[in-house]
Design a protein around this ligand. Structure first.
Ligand SMILES: C[S@@+](CC[C@H](N)C(=O)[O-])C[C@H]1O[C@@H](n2cnc3c(N)ncnc32)[C@H](O)[C@@H]1O
Length: 327
């Protein structure tokens, strides 16, 4: 492996890729799955029968939209509806449509690291729900939140769907929720989707489909590095691998090098060596139980207002507010 301490990075992507591939064991962040190709692959994943998460969350929002809206629009107070990692907004549109129909006074502020996802979301909302005011914000969660024009005197409803919280280990989730709490006032609410522990095979199947869509999604990070950093990863020389530990509830995705090989990233002036069967860890998909959600919420200074589950108890949406002692 060639270490190059003189590289000047032009953006966070370059720096993260450099650091991730030069450490041991190698690691890349799942936030870099998402470009136009990755967004499309994730939409295909959501349509897979094995990927139960989307249908479960969709059914919860559809069933409880009236109850959820009543909590959000208590005292008919206008709010900013801020969504972290909005993606294609497929499930959010259930709420947006309901709010629009009920003439609820709100502004929708989707945040996403993928500009492509935001542009497509805005376009589809302009067509499907032209009355909804959309203010998109590109960037990683906190960069975008810091850039956002968030009025302090307006109530905030923050949304974090799709088990995006599952991309964090527990200590990271606590830090994340704690930092979101810093943006919240007493009347603000935070709706979060948690995927639950269940039959380990059901979980493995969701991240390891027979058609290879998930493998293509995982490998998209290499494709993106090839395109953006003039690199020569051979995608066929890496294997998608999923693990699930039913004790900790942690699913992990890897790319495993199937042979000794060297990869060049010209834009970073970097050569990386892989030994046969060496791994790149790419994603965490944490599964929860009620005690763990309660623990991380409490540790982050949040309290549970309510929770909703799908019929199979595969998935839950929790609504949090700031603990009264932290206000
Ligand atoms: C698993 S998808 C879920 C999309 C949507 N919330 C849903 O439930 O269908 C994750 C989305 O979050 C975005 N994302 C991932 N990590 C991010 C980060 N650190 N900051 C901002 N957006 C991120 C991705 O671009 C993608 O659109």
């Amino acid at each position: 492996m060639q270490e190059n301490t003189n590289v000047l990075f032009t953006n966070a992507f370059e720096e993260d890729i450099y650091n991730g591939l030069t450490k041991y064991p190698k690691q890349l962040s799942s936030k870099y799955f998402y470009d136009a190709n990755g967004d499309k692959l994730f939409q295909d994943i959501m349509k897979m029968p094995e990927y139960y998460l989307t249908d479960c969350e969709f059914s919860i929002l559809e069933k409880y939209k009236e109850e959820i809206s009543a909590l959000f629009y208590k005292h008919e107070q206008a709010f900013s509806f801020i969504e972290l990692g909005a993606g294609d907004g497929k499930k959010t549109k259930i709420l947006l449509e309901y709010f629009s129909h009920k003439k609820i006074d709100f502004k929708y502020q989707p945040i996403d690291i993928s500009q492509n996802a935001l542009d497509l979301l805005e376009k589809s909302l302009n067509q499907e729900l032209p009355n909804v005011t959309v203010e998109k914000l590109q960037g990683s969660y906190f960069d975008a939140l810091n850039k956002a024009h968030i009025q302090n005197d307006v109530k905030k409803i923050i949304l974090f769907l799709g088990s995006n919280i599952g991309n964090m280990l527990h200590h990271e989730a606590i830090d994340f929720l704690n930092s979101i709490g810093d943006y919240m006032h007493s009347e603000d609410l935070f709706l979060v989707g948690f995927d639950l522990k269940k039959n380990p095979q059901t979980i493995l199947d969701a991240y390891n489909d027979p058609t290879g869509i998930t493998a293509a999604f995982n490998k998209n990070i290499l494709l993106r590095i090839n395109t953006s950093l003039d690199a020569n990863f051979n995608l066929d020389a890496f294997k998608h691998w999923e693990t699930y530990n039913p004790e900790t509830g942690t699913a992990k995705s890897y790319l495993v090098s199937t042979k000794d090989q060297e990869v060049t990233l010209k834009n970073l002036d970097l050569k990386i060596e892989f030994k046969a069967w060496e791994t790149i860890h790419t994603e965490v998909s944490q599964k929860y139980d009620d005690q763990t959600v309660e623990h991380i919420a409490k540790s982050a200074g949040l309290e549970i207002v309510t929770q909703f589950s799908d019929e199979k108890t595969y998935y839950k949406n929790y609504i949090f507010r700031k603990q009264s002692s932290n206000i």
